[in-house]
Ligand binder design. Structure first.
Ligand SMILES: Nc1ncnc2c1ncn2[C@@H]1O[C@H](COP(=O)(O)OP(=O)(O)OP(=O)(O)O)[C@@H](O)[C@H]1O
Ligand SMILES: [Mg+2]
Length: 363
């Protein structure tokens, strides 16, 4: 395993600056997930680490060695792509060993490595089959196996599960996590699926337009999003936003909500946005806030209930409780300890108004 260090990275494609001035330290053995909307530059970044794309500025070091201009085959990297790109005429065993055979590895060594990867990925019984006789999930396992036989220090994954159906995705996601634990290798994993990011990552890098918005553990980026973009990108349904301002008393006020802020309060007069996760809203008979149900979405283990509260729409996640139907009037409460507050102009989180400093929500 190896660490990866990106410094001041610039990547230009077709005359457009796709990645600008990007710094990122990937620690040895970690499972780092690059998360962001389509077109934000995730694949571009991954391909540059693999050496499949030239960088226009900055540096890439792997395992402490500068690899900025090194040939892909010399970088000690295994890569898995979204499309399996298996050779249709070759068996699973031949597909997995192809790279090693090209590199001139000894027969015994090839056998050992393919055997090890096949065992890890439960492919032992499929080694003589051709790709056409495999399911989508099995094909993707072969593609992962092909990367594993390199016994690389760093593995790169570019949306490896996105072609699979929901059930297979969940299964393979769990297998990948176990595989990471077994191998202890450094993994950099690209996805635009926030559930994959949250469940797999030791740290998540949230990207937008070629720039890093936040780096943190899944808990950090979910509970303390650095800005409105990150706050809105992670979570389903998305975080509720309420526009308002900091009033002369140092309270957040907007759309009928008033929120006392503890400790350090942002300067009065500034426009602010209150962020509330759906699971931090609960029904509270006689509670401080009133709303009208507009929609109920049963999800099995919980319900997503949409409320109209004097013109603002709030989604909440409710576990159990009373039966609700559209037009029902409900009283509810917001867990004031768990809200986020953002500067409306810059979109940045008010660091000083941390979760524990929120005192109360009143009407
Ligand atoms: N060869 C190229 N020439 C010019 N622009 C390119 C080229 N390849 C990619 N781009 C642009 O670079 C940006 C980033 O693309 P990239 O494929 O890295 O996005 P991504 O985050 O992986 O998106 P997705 O989630 O859809 O795979 C996009 O705006 C894309 O149009
Ligand atoms: Mg991509």
């Amino acid at each position: 395993m190896a660490n990866v260090s990106l410094k001041n990275l610039d990547i230009t494609l077709g005359g457009n600056a796709i990645i600008r001035n990007l710094d990122l330290e990937v620690e040895e053995g970690e499972f780092l997930v690059l998360l962001g909307p389509s077109g934000c530059g995730k694949s571009t970044l991954l391909h540059s680490i693999a050496g499949l794309l030239d960088i226009s500025g900055g540096s890439i070091a792997i395992g402490g060695r500068d690899m900025s201009r090194t040939d892909p085959s010399e970088r000690g990297i295994g890569m898995v792509f979204q499309s399996y790109a298996l050779y249709p005429t070759m068996t699973v065993e031949k597909n997995m060993s192809f790279g090693l055979r090209i590199a001139g590895a000894a027969k015994g060594e090839i056998k050992r490595r393919v055997g090890r990867a096949a065992a890890m990925l439960h492919l032992d019984d499929l080694l003589e089959r051709k790709p056409a006789a495999l399911s989508g999930g099995q094909r993707q396992r072969v593609a992962i196996g092909r990367a594993l036989v390199r016994e690389a220090g760093v593995y790169l994954f570019d949306e490896p599960l996105s072609n699979l159906d929901a059930k297979l995705r969940t299964d393979l996601r769990r297998e990948l996590k176990l595989l990471h634990r077994q191998l202890g290798a450094t993994m950099i994993y690209v996805t635009h699926d926030q559930v994959e990011a949250m469940t797999l990552a030791s740290r998540i890098v949230v990207m937008r337009s070629g720039q890093i918005q936040q780096v943190g553990t899944p808990g950090e980026v979910y509970d303390r999003p650095a800005n409105l973009f990150v706050a809105g990108f992670l979570g389903a349904p998305a975080m509720n936003f309420v526009d308002g301002a900091i009033d002369a008393d140092g309270m957040f006020s907007g759309s009928g909500l008033r929120l006392a802020l503890g400790e350090t309060v942002p300067a009065p007069g500034g426009k602010a946005v209150l962020g509330v996760r759906p699971e931090h809203i609960s029904l509270a008979p006689g509670g401080p806030l009133q709303g009208r149900v507009t929609l109920v979405e049963p999800m099995g283990a919980h319900r997503v209930v949409w409320l109209d509260c004097g013109g603002i729409e709030l989604s909440c996640i409710l576990q159990g409780g009373r039966v609700l139907a559209p037009d029902d009037a409900v009283a509810f409460a917001i867990d004031a300890q768990r809200v986020s507050l953002f500067d409306a102009d810059s979109g940045k989180r008010f660091e000083t108004a941390g979760a524990s400093s929120m005192l109360a929500v009143t009407l």
